[in-house]
Ligand binder design. Structure first.
Ligand SMILES: C[S@@+](CC[C@H](N)C(=O)[O-])C[C@H]1O[C@@H](n2cnc3c(N)ncnc32)[C@H](O)[C@@H]1O
Length: 457
């Protein structure tokens, strides 16, 4: 689309795969600038959208450089890096040396170029970070520039896309937001089937050990009598047969006080006896959630999960004991020994569901939505049970199916699957952005000069 036919001009900071670009060009906008420092994504952006992005946003280091480098535009978009504010990170926020300050780069560009609208995206935890102070600072700074600002949390599954991925969106306008309304959510439930391909050929097989762990939990479900309500709490199989103290005393407290002998007569993970062992040997036999140095007392939630798992075992030992003997879950890594069944009332066949291998255990959930894609690792790519995978086999979702979860089905992805999954886990969902942008940009009809401060003649 040529520049003069475009309804509005936009820039895409921290552009990644270009979720904002896809959404805004769909609405008739023209991308005039992007910034992305990761070389593969930088090159791919040019390939997909015909714009060679600027590299490091930190190099836009003065008002003069910004004024000369960043073209005039009507809409600024930015999914500024979220690790400084993410629950998964250290939450250093603005103090996070480089990355935490990137919001202020966005601020500098807004201040010099004064586009009429912006849309910013981040993890929802940014709204709770430092008791809400971080978000309050962001809003106050943006208001200082004359923008009216609103913040809202939205997820693709509210717009007919089968992924639960809540994100915080900040929208701003120099013309006020009286006419703006956040998009309304769809009522219908979604189904992951809408993004699956029957000719999918995942490049990576599920590792043998993971498949065996899935078989183990499938057998657990099949052995459970229909009248037994399966736990809604995480199943920690290492607590089955265990008796070590966890309420008024903890193993780390006994070790810290040189009283490991008091664990004589108790049983550790899966019932392994703890007597006549050194504290080092005992440690090997205590579940990882109960052996952290300094845990003199366990938090109430942990005590509750341990108690519930032990009670569940004692009431159901008739069918759990033979399961333990057959599968010997202690031979598996600790995360495979835990299972989260998020499907109360569903059929007890693991191949009907979407699975995800998490540090907190293998999670099974209904195929209405996929879990949130995350960037850190490719071991957490959603696994489809054999009955829902369309290929008759358990398999990972492919990068192109994950792209559809982000409404990015129409662009080329990084060639390496690992890089593709990572970039998709970082991306913004284009349908959500489009739903927000449509009412926000409705009055940006004609090509407009941005409201940049007049340059000295
Ligand atoms: C949360 S992701 C945003 C993804 C993007 N909205 C999308 O749809 O794919 C943040 C992106 O910012 C990039 N980035 C981080 N620091 C940067 C910097 N200083 N300059 C330019 N890009 C940066 C990362 O490589 C990453 O791709």
């Amino acid at each position: 689309m040529d520049q003069f036919a475009a309804r509005f001009r936009f820039i895409d900071l921290f552009a990644g795969l270009g979720g904002f670009h896809v959404a805004l060009s769909d609405l008739g906008g023209k991308g005039v600038f992007a910034a992305e420092w990761e070389p593969t994504l930088n090159t791919l952006y040019e390939h997909n959208f015909g714009i060679a992005p600027w590299s490091d946003v930190n190099d836009l280091d003065s008002d003069e450089v910004i004024a000369q480098t960043v073209p005039d535009h009507d809409v600024l978009t930015a999914g500024f890096p979220c690790q400084p504010f993410s629950k998964a990170g250290e939450q250093l926020g603005f103090e996070h040396t480089l990355q935490g300050r990137l919001f202020f780069k966005v601020f500098d560009i807004l201040s010099v170029k004064r586009p009429r609208r912006f849309i910013l995206e981040n993890v929802p935890n940014i709204l709770r970070h430092r008791g809400g102070q971080t978000a309050a600072t962001i809003v106050a700074k943006l208001e200082e520039l004359g923008y009216e600002v609103q913040v809202h949390r939205l997820s693709p599954h509210q717009f007919g896309i089968p992924q639960v991925r809540e994100r915080a969106y900040f929208v701003g306008s120099l013309d006020g937001l009286d006419a703006f309304k956040w998009p309304t959510e769809f009522e219908e439930t979604t189904s992951i089937a809408s993004v699956l391909h029957s000719d999918a050929k995942p490049s990576r097989d599920i590792p043998e050990q993971t498949l065996r762990a899935i078989d183990m939990w499938d057998d657990f479900l099949r052995r459970s009598p229909a009248e037994v309500k399966l736990p809604w709490f995480p199943i920690w199989s290492m607590e089955f047969r265990a008796t070590y103290p966890y309420e008024t005393m903890t193993p780390p407290k006994l070790w810290a006080n040189g009283r490991s002998g008091e664990l004589d007569g108790f049983a550790g993970s899966f019932g392994f006896p703890l007597e006549r062992l050194s504290s080092q040997e005992q440690r090997e036999l205590i579940p990882s959630h109960s052996r952290r140095d300094g845990d003199m007392e366990f938090p109430v939630w942990k005590q509750k999960f341990i108690r519930q798992n032990r009670e569940f075992f004692l009431t159901n030992r008739k069918w759990i004991e033979p399961w333990l003997d057959q599968w010997q879950p202690w031979e598996f890594p600790s995360s495979f020994q835990k299972f989260e069944w998020n499907i109360q009332g569903g059929v007890r066949d693991i191949d009907e569901y979407v699975l995800q291998v998490r540090a907190s255990g293998i999670r099974a959930k209904r195929p209405t939505t996929a879990p949130s894609l995350i960037a850190m690792t490719n071991t957490q790519v959603p696994i489809l049970g054999a009955n829902i995978s369309r290929t008759g086999k358990r398999r990972y979702m492919t990068p192109s199916e994950c792209a559809e979860l982000q409404s990015l089905g129409g662009i080329d992805l990084p060639e390496s699957d690992i890089q593709a999954y990572k970039a998709l886990g970082n991306a913004v969902n284009a349908s959500v952005v489009r739903a927000i942008a449509e009412p926000l940009l409705v009055d940006l009809k004609a090509p407009k000069k941005s409201a940049a401060r007049p340059q000295a003649a």
